[in-house]
Design a protein. Structure first.
Length: 342
């Protein structure tokens, strides 16, 4: 009885999502198809395995959480825009990025694709050609419009690229003699390297802020080891681990990791408290590296007169706001020039 009731509730919640103004066209289509899948299960429950109904209910509940999170004006649209630009290189499928707002400082990637379950468990359901993975990311509510503090989402996207392509899983076949916890550690290192390829030192600054001096645990390497590996990669040097992960990417027919960003000179614009006009996709990602450095200089009062008399909180608000609006302006110009729907 419970899974069926849950499906009724999720269907109604998703219908509410369709009516919000804060929703992209592609997510709207995905949600409409998911509602149709729910109605299919409700109409055919007697012919479906109870396990299928229960598992589908779980997937629908989870998808609803992230879809609903993406319909609020608190959703980090600017970061989602940057991440979508990254995925164009790493997936041939039209991935959809969704976010759920979390408490505390919890960033995460939820590694479950509801549509894969639908295709496998409900073969008679007509998806009308929809084949879009749902990339489900968690972002702290307090950081949702603080782009500098949201750079860990690049790390979480690295987890999606790894898990959806079995990069680290392949590394275990290539080099199988590892300790049990090494699999989790390799996943974290891959995600760190992936993030640093796009946002540079901003990724390590965020890591050292969130997990300063953290020791090695079963799930994560020590912060110092993670930062050291990233800096080797950013300095153009390899290590046995970096070489192994690059080899696995090549074996899978994926691009190898390389520096994808260009750190733009934002000082003239930000000194005048103006947004920066991003000139390329590499500058879009590099904006985070430049803005982090600018932010730190501003806190140290090394930047212009506008920082005089400002509190740290006021400086943070201005720099994050300028960064967010610079990304937003870039996305608006792109949509305007292409005539594409969001």
């Amino acid at each position: 009885m419970r899974p069926r009731i849950d499906l009724f509730l999720v269907r109604d919640s998703l219908r509410d999502c369709l009516e919000t103004t804060y929703f992209s066209g592609k997510l709207h289509t995905f949600t409409a198809r998911l509602i149709e899948a729910i109605e299919y299960v409700l109409d055919n429950q007697s012919s479906l395995s109870p396990d299928v109904v229960r598992d589908f209910s779980y997937h629908a509940l989870t998808a609803n959480r992230y879809l609903a999170g993406s319909t609020t004006k608190e959703s980090p649209y600017e970061l989602e825009y940057c991440l979508r630009a990254v995925l164009r290189k790493w997936s041939k499928r039209d991935c959809l990025i969704t976010t759920a707002l979390t408490d505390g400082r919890d960033f995460h990637f939820y590694p479950v694709d509801p549509w894969e379950f639908v295709k496998t468990a409900l073969p008679n359901f007509d998806a009308k050609g929809l084949d879009a993975p749902l990339v489900q990311l968690g972002v702290p509510r307090i950081y949702s419009h603080k782009p500098l503090f949201c750079v860990p989402l690049y790390h979480e996207l690295g987890h999606f690229v790894d898990i959806s392509n079995s990069v680290v899983d392949l590394s275990v076949l290539v080099e199988p003699t590892i300790a049990p916890r090494e699999l989790s550690h390799r996943r974290e290192h891959f995600a760190d390297l992936f993030a640093s390829a796009y946002v540079g030192e901003a990724s390590t600054r965020a890591l050292e802020t969130i997990a300063p001096n953290h020791p090695t645990t079963h799930s994560h390497p020590a912060t110092a080891d993670r930062v050291a590996t990233v800096r080797e990669f950013m300095n153009g040097r390899s290590t046995p681990l970096i070489a192994l992960l690059q080899h696995c990417l090549a074996q899978l027919g994926l691009p190898t990791l390389k520096i994808e960003y260009t750190s733009p000179v934002i000082r003239d614009a930000f000194d005048d408290i103006r947004t920066f006009r991003v000139g390329s996709e590499s500058e879009l990602h590099g904006l985070f590296d430049s803005a982090w450095k600018y932010f730190e200089d501003a806190l140290d009062k090394k930047t212009p007169a506008w920082t005089s008399g400002m509190t740290d909180a006021e400086i943070e608000r201005i720099v994050n706001d300028l960064t967010e609006k610079s990304i937003r302006n870039t996305s608006i110009r792109e949509r305007w020039s292409s005539g594409a729907a969001p």
